[in-house]
Design a protein around this ligand. Structure first.
Ligand SMILES: [Zn+2]
Length: 481
């Protein structure tokens, strides 16, 4: 049998994080705990209530389009998609049919077909024998992105979805939190024989709500369809769900015909020209997108891939890092915008392990953190020049997080400065030599490790404020071998 080639297309829904809903002034709050708190006659579809499109939502979809190099349709319109469901009080959903806002574009090597804007539906909750309906989510602005059927594997699907999530967060378009359901993925999966032009029968896997599930559902579906085809049977066109416990897809609905939603133009909202949103202005205000940041950081700082990715995944962390580097470069008189690799390595270690650790421990975000990039740069510089040791640096960092003071002030106040006054250190070296005769004679007989023991004794006398390099040198200089 010829090789089977997978064809995967994705449809991704993301709730936009605007202040209000898509067509009314109700609060758009996905975390609202009280059922039906954010509702009004418009989003509940009372007769005669008129929708007004949310400008902010349209602008966010345009921004996503601009960021992926898509075409922004000069004219767009809303349409009614008619179907009955209890969580859809109007009996139709306002969506976009043939004139969406965004056409084309590309992200992470995947071609995009279109992005349109629609309203979300309510939520049915099944409690014992009853079904309750919560309309808080009803009419929240929902962006739907459709890719071309050009995704080749489950890995590529996940990589694309992750990059889209990151982009939506960079653009402040959506929280894109899959666990909370404000980003939802559907995958259209089919297999065809290599060399044939026609795609195989496609199966739609709906409502996948984690990256792990995206991977699992696609992998499972590819395997299942291959087994069907290898038995000489036909794949049935259907909608399937993903069973998280069994790690398999299951049939939900056989599709005899395409749904007839009887789309027609929304009579209460006229078609609109997208240039009224100031496309050039929106484009100029776009933040640096993740892929551009990834490339630039790699080039500018020559960081290992894992560290670059750590920074790209967290805009605030990247900003903190770049500000600290620029402060260190200013402190350095060499008038370059870069710093030496050892200093940079030290900075990134403090940032990604110590500061991140403190933030986790204290439950702080970057906005709440009292340590500034400038202060961290000063601390790194003090460590590099031997003013404080790395053990003291950890204490200083904690005090910086608690007080917001700069490290110089803290070191002075707490007396944490490394004792580097040669006279004072020498006095201690001599004391230690006098008090530890056997270790000294071991060293004299060639046991180098004894220096470490003596160094520890001296460090204890200095209450940890010694400079290990200086201490080692002084011991070697003061013991005759
Ligand atoms: Zn409302």
């Amino acid at each position: 049998m010829p090789e089977l080639v997978p064809t995967i297309g994705l449809e991704i829904h993301a709730e936009l994080s605007t202040a209000t809903k898509m067509f009314c002034d109700c609060r758009n709050d996905p975390d609202e705990k009280h059922a039906n708190e954010n509702t009004c006659p418009i989003c509940l579809g009372h007769p005669g209530a008129l929708p007004t499109p949310n400008r902010e939502a349209i602008e966010r979809v345009i921004k996503v389009g601009l960021a992926i190099g898509a075409k922004i349709n000069a004219r767009a319109k809303f349409d009614r998609k008619n179907y009955f469901y209890p969580d859809l009080p109007k009996g139709y959903q306002i969506s976009q049919y043939d004139e969406p806002i965004v056409l084309g574009g590309e992200l992470a090597g995947v071609d995009i077909t279109r992005i349109h804007l629609e309203e979300d539906v309510g939520r049915s909750q099944h409690v014992k024998d009853e079904t309750l309906i919560n309309f808080n989510r009803c009419s929240m602005p929902l962006m739907e992105l459709v890719t071309e059927p050009c995704v080749a594997s489950a890995e590529q699907a996940v990589a694309f979805a992750r990059e889209l999530q990151l982009l939506l967060r960079y653009l402040d378009a959506s929280d894109a939190d899959m666990e909370k359901g404000n980003m939802r993925i559907e995958a259209n999966v089919s297999l065809h024989e290599e060399g044939t032009k026609e795609f195989g029968t496609k199966v739609e896997v709906k409502n996948i709500n984690s990256f792990k599930a995206v991977y699992g559902a696609i992998e499972y579906e590819l395997k299942r369809q291959a087994e069907v085809l290898e038995k000489g049977e036909k794949v049935i066109q259907e909608t399937r769900g993903w069973d998280e416990n069994k790690q398999e897809t299951f049939s939900q609905r056989i599709k005899e015909d395409a749904h007839d939603y009887r789309y027609f133009p929304e009579p209460d909202i006229p078609p609109f020209e997208t240039n009224i949103f100031g496309l050039e202005d929106l484009k100029a205000k776009l933040p640096e997108p993740p892929n551009a940041k990834r490339e630039r950081l790699q080039k500018e700082f020559n960081l290992p891939e894992a560290q670059t990715e750590l920074l790209v995944q967290d805009r605030n962390l990247a900003g903190f890092f770049e500000n600290a580097v620029s402060e260190l470069a200013t402190m350095d008189t060499k008038e370059t915008s870069t710093i030496d690799s050892e200093t940079q390595g030290l900075l990134i270690n403090y940032l990604t392990s110590d500061i991140k650790g403190l933030m986790n421990e204290l439950g702080l975000s970057f906005e709440e953190l009292k340590i500034t990039p400038e202060h961290l740069a000063h601390l790194v510089s003090l460590i590099r020049s031997g003013v404080i040791g790395s053990r003291q640096a950890k204490d200083v960092l904690r005090l910086m997080a608690e007080s917001g003071d700069d490290p110089e002030t803290i070191i002075e106040r707490e007396g944490l400065k490394t004792v580097s006054d040669e006279g004072e250190v020498l006095k201690i070296i001599k004391e230690v030599i006098a008090e530890n005769e056997s270790a000294v004679s071991d060293y004299k007989q060639g046991k180098d490790a004894s220096i470490q023991f003596l160094l520890g004794k001296a460090m204890a006398k200095l209450k940890g404020r010694g400079n290990p390099v200086q201490l080692r040198e002084l011991f070697i200089a003061n013991i005759d071998r």
